[in-house]
Structures are given as C-alpha cells and as structure tokens.
Design a protein around this ligand. Sequence first.
Ligand SMILES: NC(=O)c1ccc[n+]([C@@H]2O[C@H](COP(=O)([O-])OP(=O)(O)OC[C@H]3O[C@@H](n4cnc5c(N)ncnc54)[C@H](O)[C@@H]3O)[C@@H](O)[C@H]2O)c1
Length: 248
Amino acid sequence: MGKRHEGKVSLITGASRGIGRAIAERLAAEGSDVVLAARTEAACEPVAEAAAAHGVRTMNLALDVGDADSVKAGVKAALDEFGQVDHLINNAGITRDDLLLRLKDDAWDAVLKTDLTGVFLCSRAVLRSMLRRRQGRIVSISSVVGLMGNAGQTNYAAAKAGVHGFTKALAREVASRSITVNAIAPGYVESDMTDGLTDDIKQQLQEQIPLGRMGSGEDIAGVVSFLLSDDAAYMTGQVLSVDGGMYM
Ligand SMILES: NC(=O)c1ccc[n+]([C@@H]2O[C@H](COP(=O)([O-])OP(=O)(O)OC[C@H]3O[C@@H](n4cnc5c(N)ncnc54)[C@H](O)[C@@H]3O)[C@@H](O)[C@H]2O)c1
C-alpha cells in the first residue's frame, strides 16, 4: 500500500474495534502514526500491535469523548507525545434504540452526549493546534440514519444529523486556515453495533441496499483515507454517503 499519510499523526476515536479499528489499521498501513482512543487503553492494544507492524508510532488513549476533561487531557497527552495532530477522525458512537414513546431520558442523553457532544469536544480540543499550523483534517463518522431517519432511532438520527450541521458550520469557520471538515454517512456496516440484528432484519436491510450487501469497515476506511489525502484538498463541508446506494 502507498504511504500517502507518512509523517502525519491521526487521532481516531472508538479505535478499539469495528469501523474505528479498520480506519486505524488503514491509516497506519498508509504511513500515519496513530493515536488510538477508546474507553479503555487495553481495548486498543491489539489494534496498536497491528498498526505498529506497519512501522508507525502508536499511542493508546483511554478517553470518554463525551467528557470535556477527559478529552482535554487525552488530546494534551497526544500533543505532548507527537507534537501535532494532523487528522482527527470522530468515529466513537453508540446506539440506545427505542420507539419515542418508550425512549428513556438517559437513552436520549447518552446518545447525544457520545455521538454529538463528543464530536464537538474532540474537534475543539484539536483545533487550536491545527489553526496554529494552518493545516488539519477533521472527518466525522455519522450515519445514513442522520440523512433518512429510522424508526426507533430518534436519538441517534438527531445526533447524526447534528453532526452534519456541525460539520458545515465548522468547515466555514476554519476554511481560511486550510483546515477541512467533512463527514461520512455509512449505511449498514458489519460490526459489534450491527451484530445484534436478527437474520430476518439483516435480510430486510440487504434488500434496501442497491449494491446488495452490508458494508465492511474497510469500505469506510478507504473513503476516510481519501478525505485525508491531498486528492481531497478542495473538499470541505461535505457529507459523503458510503452506503451501497441506500440513500440517493
Ligand atoms: N455499524 C454500522 O452499521 C454503522 C453505520 C453507520 C454509522 N456507524 C457509526 O460508525 C461509528 C463506529 O461504529 P461501529 O459500528 O464500529 O461501532 P462499535 O460499537 O463496534 O465501536 C464503537 C467504538 O466507539 C467506542 N466508544 C463508544 N463510546 C465511547 C466514548 N464515550 N468514548 C470513547 N470511545 C467510545 C467504543 O469503545 C468502540 O471502540 C459510530 O459513530 C457509528 O454510529 C456505524
């Protein structure tokens, strides 16, 4: 694989598994040092080993994206270690599904806190150093659900649609400093988040996907890598659908 991210430092949240892990391994394979953030450090160890095999530097960070102090301390530790963060990939996310009439306050709050406030806190924490260096890339992983809605996911849809508004507003704020801010809206991707779906539901979902299969972490990681590359230097404020054609 070409080393198009050599010399860069990428901080990936939710890097311990699923899509985040695929992103971390892809960026490492393309030469980027990786800061792997998840709720526990130990969870990132296997990812760090796989990344280090590509000869890049790695760092594991225990951090809760929804907690301002934790994010501040984590980003400071990354900057102390590497001196720079070139790429932030806001990938950490959770679901707590229920129909609205049954949706508990804490399920609403938890999803908004991780999936939307987390994007705000992590972006704010890395931004000062990006502004100073007049370069940087922020890519947030939202969801097709933020574009088309989904019964039983009002909290998740609201948070992910919020990420789209956040992305466009921040893109306008920092464009003059050559920092780009984009989002990727994946469709249904095989991961722990979707493992719990029954075979019937998976079958129904597959029928809604023109390309006829669920996505893989690698399908998403490839587009993240593109958005971080020089080829995407003239793209900002965009929400890219990577969903097998579900939403068009
Ligand atoms: N799997 C899908 O079908 C799908 C589809 C569209 C969008 N997404 C989005 O992609 C992202 C990754 O999803 P996934 O399927 O890989 O999920 P996953 O559940 O497999 O992994 C989520 C990761 O986020 C981390 N995380 C969760 N809460 C955190 C917090 N408060 N602080 C720090 N880390 C935290 C977990 O430790 C884990 O590493 C999420 O934002 C999700 O909403 C997933």
